[in-house]
Write a protein that binds this ligand. Structure first.
Ligand code: SAM
Length: 255
């Protein structure tokens, strides 16, 4: 299975119930309002925070590689009475018929791109979809190994109607030189008629500030800001959570 297809089937069903972190809409709304509408949220999944921005009247569209996640996003939008424009594409192959003044990932979805070549292609596609004065916001994360105490421990959700979903990390390898952590996981859906199981490899390919700057340079993007989320100062190699703001080289040249 390719990394871009991870969030399909049972995983898409379980995601909304079992996700470990959610991202506040404020940062992304402020980014789009400041840098210009329409915005584009990459990896919008089942609609967080995209639908919160749409509910506030912000003009933003969503893109995701998983039709299963987008189906849930459509259903969530319908339930909330929100209109939203969604595209099923991989960011590394992004080919939309317009450009955007603001493009963002909500949370460190960029680290789901499984290697530097895919990450470089994604940055190039982002560069091609930004207006000349556009900006993109890319949160990044360097994962620690999953604590041994959490290995083989299931996170569960019971819907009260006879369906339980479970996520269990089973084993993990981490390659600091290749900047890649691979966690073998088991997802289960348990009903009165049986248990459906999916074994998946969750790949996190992380960037350091310097590897990210190099990829941006190769993709024709200028790094405007690279801020450590914990200290609020410039990210350094060693920062584990940081956020990049990037623009096209065209804009940099005009300044
Ligand atoms: C961790 S989920 C985040 C979903 C949502 N933003 C949230 O916070 O709940 C990551 C999303 O990125 C999508 N994704 C993964 N790889 C992708 C790729 N190469 N191109 C576009 N979307 C991708 C997945 O299908 C999934 O919906």
């Amino acid at each position: 299975m390719e990394a871009a297809d991870f969030y399909t089937g049972i995983v898409a069903d379980a995601y909304g119930h079992l996700k470990s972190s959610s991202f506040d809409a404020d940062l992304y709304r402020d980014f789009v309002v400041t840098h210009g509408q329409s915005g584009l949220e990459i990896g919008c999944g089942d609609g967080a925070p995209l639908l919160d921005l749409r509910a506030e009247g912000v003009d933003v569209e969503g893109v995701d590689s998983s039709s299963d996640m987008l189906e849930r996003c459509h259903a969530n939008a319908l339930r909330r009475g929100i209109e939203v424009r969604l595209h099923q594409q991989r960011v590394e192959d992004l080919a939309l018929d317009r450009r955007y003044p603001s493009i963002y990932f909500a949370g460190p979805t960029f680290t789901l791109l499984p290697d530097d070549e895919t990450a470089r292609r994604a940055l190039l596609r982002i560069q091609q979809h930004l207006t000349n004065d556009g900006m993109a916001l890319i949160p990044l994360w360097v994962p620690a190994p999953t604590p041994t105490g959490e290995m083989s421990v299931s996170r569960c959700h019971d819907d009260g109607l006879g369906v339980e979903v479970r996520f269990t990390p089973v084993s993990e390898t981490s390659d600091p030189v290749g900047r890649t952590r691979v966690t073998s996981c088991r997802y289960e859906r348990i009903t009165s008629t049986g248990t459906e199981v999916a074994e998946r490899e969750w790949i996190i390919h992380w960037q350091t500030p310097s590897s990210f700057r190099r990829l941006c340079r190769e993709a024709g993007l200028a790094v405007v800001d690279l801020v450590d989320d914990d200290t609020g100062t410039a990210a350094i190699d060693g920062s584990t959570s940081f956020t990049a703001t990037v623009s096209t080289e065209i804009q940099r040249a005009a300044v």
